[in-house]
Design a protein around this ligand. Structure first.
Ligand code: ZN
Ligand code: ZN
Length: 133
């Protein structure tokens, strides 16, 4: 286990990169996390891993951040979906990730509900037995 951790650290150090989707210059050292696996500006990633950090996938498709969820400890994580093969990965967010973009992903289902919000109000009123005027 110790050996594996060291390998991950040294791999991360070599991974300063320019985001091929938005052009941001990304330093892996600034992340405050051991493996930066997505761009802090556009949150896009590349499908390199089967398991986090293993670099075992040869898909290399673009992965878009499509959802945010909250882990048991309250930490936010991002769900990435690969455009090429459709696989879903959950990734921890980094301290310098684009917080505005994270928020907009998080509220998107609320901002674009699949039904009119007026209908929701009516059905909630029916469930609680309250007559809405
Ligand atoms: Zn980017
Ligand atoms: Zn893929």
């Amino acid at each position: 286990m110790k050996y594996r951790d060291q390998r991950v650290v040294s791999a991360a150090r070599e991974e300063d990169f320019t985001c091929q989707f938005c052009g941001a210059a990304v330093s892996s050292e600034a992340a405050g996390s051991l493996h930066r696996n997505h761009c802090p500006r556009c949150l896009a990633s590349i499908h390199l891993d089967d398991k986090p950090g293993d670099r075992a996938s040869d898909c290399h498709g673009r992965m878009d951040a499509m959802a945010v969820w909250v882990r048991q400890n309250g930490e936010w994580a991002v769900i990435h979906r690969c455009r090429t093969c459709g696989v879903l990965h959950s990734n921890r967010i980094a301290a310098d990730d684009n917080s505005l973009l994270l928020l907009s992903i998080a509220v998107k289902p609320l901002a674009e509900p699949p039904f009119p919000l007026g209908l929701l109000e009516r059905s909630m009123a029916q469930e609680s037995g309250v007559q809405s005027e």
